[in-house]
Design a protein. Structure first.
Ligand code: ZN
Length: 292
């Protein structure tokens, strides 16, 4: 009898401890980001009274970068405001003065968003859910190779690890402290991928910083591996590499002299040249995070 009671007692203890451990792991990612940011005396995401996410300090802005198939995204409304997230093309008059220009124009093929990460390494979340029959392993591998391509050109510890989560979201209205990559539908035609970047893009360089990015691979296209696939598909690694470039602070290039760059703003089925960085991409990443 004593043994049974002891057994129950031990079982309860183990259950309690595992419960504590479980609860510890369940701290919302936003809170983890907040703790991490606090430790670094940097930017933080806090939960507001209504459960919404607010940024501390205030002044958070988002930048939405849409990757089009060439010939799409030609809508111009000429209202004096560059509305790329509504589909306005970078070549529209409204967008002719956007800050997609190099801070230090040593190359015409490097362009910057105006902020970079101050808390490294960057961890990210991969949602492999797709309707193209791509395995979790394939999706994760394509995305990791995209991140590592940038990492291999700087001594900074740029990207950390990733986690798999089949319930990810593209956070266009408020950040949640997670850098998520997923497949989904964007409202316009001809969109290959969309990246939203939350951060502080103005003021003194020491006050600037990126706090989150989310990447959506649009279901307008059939995704896969253009290098090894027999049919023509949109190459996941190709586009992931480009979008990670936005995630670390680089802007699109639309000048045709930059067509070889990973950050060139258009792609199409079968393209794989964005998988590997070109001179302007390397110059850009090294200007932001240092060389090797
Ligand atoms: Zn882009």
């Amino acid at each position: 009898m004593k043994k049974v009671i002891l057994g129950i007692f031990v079982a309860v203890m183990v259950f309690s401890l595992s419960g504590v451990a479980g609860a510890w792991k369940l701290i919302p990612t936003a809170d983890q980001a907040k703790e991490k940011a606090k430790a670094d005396k940097s930017l933080a995401i806090e939960k507001g009274e209504k459960g919404d996410f607010i940024l501390s300090p205030p002044g958070l802005k988002k930048v939405v970068l849409i990757h089009y198939k060439k010939g799409f995204g030609g809508f111009c409304n000429n209202n004096g405001v560059c509305e790329k997230d509504l589909g306005e093309n970078p070549s529209c008059a409204d967008c002719s003065n956007v800050k997609d220009k190099p801070e230090d124009p040593t190359s015409t093929c490097s362009a910057f968003l105006g902020a970079k990460w101050t808390n490294l390494p960057i961890d990210y979340v991969i949602d492999p859910d797709n309707s193209y029959g791509l395995t979790e392993e394939f999706v994760a591998n394509a995305m990791v190779l995209g991140a590592e391509e940038w990492d291999s050109y700087t001594n900074a510890d740029l990207f950390g690890g990733y986690t798999i989560d089949y319930n990810s979201s593209w956070d266009g209205s408020a950040p949640d402290g997670r850098n998520e990559l997923l497949f989904g539908d964007y409202q316009q035609d001809g969109v290959i991928a969309v990246t939203v970047i939350w951060g502080y893009f103005k003021g003194k360089p020491s006050n600037r910083g990126i706090v989150e990015f989310d990447i959506l691979f649009d279901n307008d296209f059939i995704w896969g591996d253009s290098l090894n696939s027999s049919s023509t598909v949109m190459d996941l690694q190709n586009i992931a590499t480009h979008e990670f470039g936005h995630g670390v602070g680089l802007a699109d290039l639309y000048d045709t002299v930059c067509v070889e760059e990973t950050m060139y703003g258009y792609s199409n089925y079968g393209d794989i040249e964005k998988r590997t960085l070109n001179a302007g991409d390397i110059e850009g990443i090294q200007q932001l995070y240092g060389g090797i």
